[in-house]
Design a protein around this ligand. Sequence first.
Ligand code: PNS
Length: 154
Amino acid sequence: MISAIYPGSFDPIHIGHEDVIKRAANIVDFLYVAVLDNSNKKHFWSLEKRLQVIEEIFKDYDNIKVVTFKGLLFDYCKNNDIDFIVKGLRNSLDFQLEIDMAHGIKKLGDVETLFIPCSIECSYISSTLVRDMYSTSKNVENMVSQQVLKSIGR
Ligand code: PNS
């Protein structure tokens, strides 16, 4: 069975993340969606809320499990027998960051990173953009799913 992990802050999850998650779950047998537990960082949403909303969005997918992780992705993969790390790429800036991380992880051992280009219509969307739009009362309906809108009271 081939398993992979798709990590992120998901603060909040948006349709670009969802697109990559669904496509990755079609490629591998089992996909972990791993929410970074970083208590040092100030978040828009608590860890619990991020987990709960992602679980709600993917509740009908048998091969997707939402988990949290702390520390290095490499260690999480080794401890849980995960074969691949999946990263979504929107543009060359993402590529620059992610290729360095992929090389760093590969230096630690045998964990490959798979890149999935995001769908073109999602290429401008980020959690930062969603938070900035939301906090200034702008419409975020085209960037997040119903479960997120419900959670932010829209
Ligand atoms: O959604 P984000 O905030 O862009 O996600 C960043 C994330 C969680 C993917 C990244 O911070 C990460 O992988 N952190 C784990 C630390 C790690 O394994 N770093 C690689 C060292 S070689």
